[in-house]
Design a protein around this ligand. Sequence first.
Ligand SMILES: [Zn+2]
Ligand SMILES: [Zn+2]
Length: 123
Amino acid sequence: MQCYKHHDRAAVGVCRGCGKGLCAEGCAEDLGFGLSCGGECSIRIGHIEALNHKAGAAYTAGRRYLWSAPLLIAIMGGVFLYSAWVEYQSGRDYWFTGTFGLLWLLAALAVFLRNRTWARAIR
Ligand SMILES: [Zn+2]
Ligand SMILES: [Zn+2]
């Protein structure tokens, strides 16, 4: 590929904004994360890069949520199961508390599985 401006020079890369071939002598502007032909394209590429960073941040937050919500529900379930264990130890009726604890654990699993599908979908 040749430079879009200097047809006698070989392009060292293409502009990430418009895809034009750029030579090393004065045309290619290195932005650190890609080449630009300069001006408007540099601004546009900067915007795209900022959006990519935001999408990455949203993805990381999604990953964190994938674990935190089911974990909180599972902890609730654990608290109920512990109460059931204490009731069992003291000879009281523990079925209601125990069943409730198991339901919380099942809910945690359901939320985790749903979040995992959702996390896969946005990948
Ligand atoms: Zn360009
Ligand atoms: Zn050039």
